[in-house]
Design a protein around this ligand. Sequence first.
Ligand code: NAD
Length: 364
Amino acid sequence: MTNAHNITLIPGDGIGPEVSNATKRVLEATGVRFNWDIMHAGIEVMEEYGTPLPEHVLESIRKNKIAIKGPVTTPVGSGFRSVNVALRKHLELYACVRPCKSYKGIPSLYENIDIVIVRENTEDLYAGIEFEKGKPQTEEVIKFLSEKSGAKIREDSGISIKPISETGSRRILRYAFEFAKKEGRKKVTAIHKANIMKFSDGLFLAVARELANEYPDIEFEDRIVDNMTMQLVKNPQQFDVIACPNLYGDILSDLCAGLVGGLGVAPGANIGEEAALFEPTHGSAPKYKGMNKVNPMAMMLSGVMMLKHIGELEASERLEMAIAAVIAEGKNVTYDLKADSERANAVGTSQVADAVIEKLEKIK
Ligand code: NAD
């Protein structure tokens, strides 16, 4: 028997504890052994520690190198910054990996989609370099930019800066190509708007083209982001790995989640050199807190990704098969996976875990 894996588990808030508990149960039912380091973050720890992300939470992840996390609420207008963004920043989790896969039985317009979005997580318009309309620094920035570029910028503008570096582009694109190679995938599509943003998106595209030469067995193509949204809606099956700068990755990953049945089945991972953090794409859906109602499968599928990442390939495959079997059967699924006329027969979060565990026992 292999050693137990040390994993940091952050249950989160809102629906987080429910989907986390369901996920912990199915992960344990695979037979893989875990030493859970349960760590709390978010508004509930604010009073005790004066911060929503206490240092001991980061320490735990740095030590264990692997974490799985439920969603954490970012209160609007409290000045409290997103714990999710802070985790990615502190741990330099530069690659956001979001698989979007069709499972038989999910009400959706499309079939046979198997896309993985690889999104840069640290740069671009998310760098947080912003200048508010009317502030003295903003006036200086406008003056400076007008002088240097010759462009006329209206005085009542707000400004957000979009840095895209060669280093950041190389790191994420390398990740995308290596991921495609390791997973036996056929194609990488790089997304940009280089026709307009020649020095930011253009740089990203130039690095993509250069790196593509090192991977002759992987087909490479690029797409302008607006065309890409149309192509994804028209013929999503043509895509495989999609590599994006931060903003386009954010938008396209929601679009792709919609193609395969929504947030209830959209898992994700944030990966860096030192640590990896697995979490569902969805948020804390506070209105459903404590109701045993929402779908835990997005977090369970994040667990599938985590098992693969820590080398538990067989358990990862079995857990994915068990989840797929529950979806295909269509009996023990939450409201979001039921057709409108069938919603009254939906089951709750913990019953989905029971059903997945039952399937896992049959697959053993
Ligand atoms: P949300 O994803 O929490 O909810 C939007 C809607 O999607 C819900 O009302 C629900 O109808 C549906 N939904 C979400 N998860 C579901 C699930 N597992 N099963 C079934 N249906 C589901 O998005 P929001 O309302 O924009 O955000 C709520 C809070 O979550 C905010 O504070 C936001 O900052 C935070 N958030 C956290 C994360 C994270 O922790 N990584 C990600 C996104 C949003």
